[in-house]
Design a protein around this ligand. Structure first.
Ligand code: F6P
Length: 323
């Protein structure tokens, strides 16, 4: 393989730049050329390519966001869009593609590879940590540290006023961020699609806490909870038990920004090297992940499956420790 392309797609995640740097430098180390594709799959469809050199990726290792920009591309969801993307890659004499992103990105890569046979490998870049085939996705560690920092601050004010706070975090339809940060901040309850806590259960938990002299309570809410987000759940709790002084914080996109943690920089670097070497060696249709402290490759079909089952242990721990 003489020339490869790299892109970032979907929601940006801290550590994407570290991954881009690793891909570029590994390819150059193995004497291959690299082109960066801008705005994710949109740039592939539009032919928005730019040659990247070793120094093009200098000083980005510790920067949040993505220098290649990102997008959620409608055109790439269509066969015609993917055919156009393929034509652009061939026109630029690109032999292989590295995609960095989450579920949607890898699903797009899977369709693209099936239709065109073009070699593609993936890197798990999303704060959601919802991809199977890797214990951690790039960006999850930084995002959860950001949430913990914010909730620690909320705790100070919650405690000063004896208030009940509902804090909504991202995660699409999975509860990894909510559970991890709920444990880390001592939340009284974590409302995720996986914990199965109903509104009635929640009120019971809150009442028990109050009876045992809890002065403030934080309820972490995953944005994808079937009962609704923090505002809806707070409203339902208030309807049953109106004596709590409730406040609500939706942390939103601040969770996606910021410089990547040491963990995310190292994860992105290791997976970036592994994915690029795999592509240069002729592997395709796989995501480079990190499982039990070692790099492992999972087919895209496996990676895009939900890995909610591995949350059972965290669910139990959160419940035991919140009494
Ligand atoms: O997948 C990352 C993520 O931040 C999710 O947690 C969230 O649901 C979604 O992206 C938000 O997307 P957007 O930035 O397009 O609003």
């Amino acid at each position: 393989m003489k020339k490869i392309a790299v892109l970032t797609s979907g929601g940006d995640a801290p550590g994407m730049n570290a991954a881009i740097r690793a891909v570029v430098r590994t390819a150059v180390y193995h004497e291959a050329e690299v082109v960066g594709v801008f705005q994710g799959y949109q740039g592939l469809v539009d032919g928005d390519f730019k040659r990247l050199h070793v120094r093009s990726v200098a000083k980005i290792l510790g920067r949040g966001g993505t220098i290649l920009k990102s997008a959620r591309c409608e055109a790439f969801r269509t066969e015609a869009g993917r055919a156009q993307a393929h034509a652009n890659l061939l026109r630029h004499e690109v032999d292989g593609l590295v995609v960095i992103g989450g579920n949607g990105t890898l699903t797009g890569a899977l369709h693209f590879n099936r239709e065109t046979g073009f070699p593609v490998v993936g890197l798990p870049g999303t704060i959601d940590n919802d991809l199977a085939g890797t214990d951690y996705t790039i960006g999850f560690d930084t995002a959860t540290n950001t949430v913990v920092e914010a909730v620690d601050k909320i705790r100070d004010t919650a405690d000063s006023h004896n208030r009940l706070f509902f804090v909504e975090v991202m995660g699409r339809d999975s509860g990894f961020i909510a559970l991890q940060t709920g444990i880390a901040t001592g939340a009284v309850a974590v409302m995720t699609p996986e914990t199965g806590i109903t509104i009635e259960n929640l009120v019971e938990i809150l009442d028990k806490g109050q009876a045992s002299n809890k002065t403030s309570s934080i309820v972490m809410v995953a944005e994808g909870h079937p009962e609704g987000g923090a505002f809806e759940i707070a409203k339902k709790v208030h309807a049953i038990s109106s004596h709590y002084e409730i406040r609500i914080t939706v942390l939103g996109h601040l969770q996606r920004g910021g410089d990547p943690s040491c963990f995310d920089r190292v994860l992105a670097s290791r997976l970036g090297v592994a994915a690029t070497e795999a592509l240069l060696d002729g592997k395709t249709n796989v995501m480079a992940g990190f499982v039990n402290d070692a790099v492992a490759f999972a087919p895209f079909e496996t990676a895009i499956n939900n890995k909610t089952q591995s949350l059972q242990d965290e669910v139990r721990i959160a419940q035991i420790l919140s009494i």
